[in-house]
Every structure is written in C-alpha cells, then in structure tokens.
Write a protein that binds this ligand. Structure first.
Ligand SMILES: NC(=O)N[C@@H](O)C(=O)O
Ligand code: NI
Length: 163
C-alpha cells in the first residue's frame, strides 16, 4: 500500500548521507577579483569515476503527474550527479539509503540550493514544482552503464505530500 512522505527542509546536515548541498555558504567563501566577486569555493567535488569525465548539461524539468508519486528510484554507480537550479524556485529531491519505498526521504530545496547526489546513491529523477525549471547538471560521460533503476511493486508508490 502507498504511504505518504512529507518533504523536509534541505539542510547540509540532513542531506550528508546522500551527498552535498550546493549553496552560498559564507564560511566556504572568500573574496577574489579585487574584492568584486565572492567565491564560494569547492562546495562539492564532481566524481566522474575512474574512466569518465565530468560534463555540464542543462535539464529543463517539467512536473510529474499529480498527486506526485514515487514509483521508482535510480542510481548512477559510476559517477555523481549535481543539480543546480537556474531559476529561483523551490524543488524536490527524493533520495533513499536503499531502493525500497520505506527508505525514501524527500527534501524541499530552496531555489538557491542545489545538490550533488553522490555516486551510487538512490534517487528519483528530477522533480520540479513549476511548469518548467532549468537546472545546470554536472555528471559523468564515459564508458559503462551508469544507470540502474528499481521500480516499486504496483500499489507501493510513495505519495509526496503537497508543499
Ligand atoms: N536520466 C537522467 O540523466 N536524469 C536522471 O539521472 C536524473 O536524476 O534526473
Ligand atoms: Ni539521476
């Protein structure tokens, strides 16, 4: 039977088991360019894997059908995947320790927060709350199969409570 998951605020601490939060943390910053730019340095390190290379793409996300229901998870065993919103709208990140409905956690990310999902971490594909939202995505290009998917049994989807 389906169960309902309430999104929790995205924080660095809460997301730590799954990867990093990419946000302008003052303590990670210093001034450059004669003080005219603040660099928020090395918020995450892309993991392209041993024979991969990091690539940058834009994902133009559109909403999944409502009520939003997580029916599957995926992971990328060979590399990390980072999502940084290009428009300031809140969005959702679903991750899980293991690919079971009861292991899912849903984070509500602000429009100024991105995430890097660590290599091999189960997650749902991009989830947006607007009709359309672009994300800069840093992930891996290279040989090998970098996508593993698990589909939940019929009727065991996870309904995400509306935000
Ligand atoms: N398939 C693809 O590149 N997108 C997913 O990996 C995702 O996490 O959105
Ligand atoms: Ni992915």
């Amino acid at each position: 039977m389906s169960h309902v998951l309430t999104p929790e605020p995205l924080t660095r601490e809460a997301f730590a088991p799954f990867g990093e939060v990419i946000e302008a943390r003052h303590e990670a910053s210093h001034l450059i360019n004669e003080g005219r730019t603040r660099r928020f340095h090395a918020l995450a390190e892309a993991e392209p894997g041993p024979d991969g290379k990091p690539i940058l793409s834009i994902f133009r996300g559109m909403p999944w059908p409502s009520p939003l229901t997580v029916r599957m998870l995926e992971r990328h065993p060979l590399g990390s995947q980072a999502f940084v919103p290009m428009q300031d709208h809140a969005w959702l990140v679903v991750v899980a320790d293991d690919a079971r409905p009861q292991d899912c956690r849903c984070f509500l990310a602000r429009g100024d927060q991105g995430v890097q999902i660590a290599r091999g971490v189960w997650h749902h594909p991009l989830l947006v709350l607007q009709p359309m939202q672009d994300f800069l995505v840093v992930d891996r290009s290279g040989p090998g199969v970098n996508l593993e998917e698990v589909f939940f049994p019929e009727g065991e989807g996870v309904v995400i409570a509306p935000v």
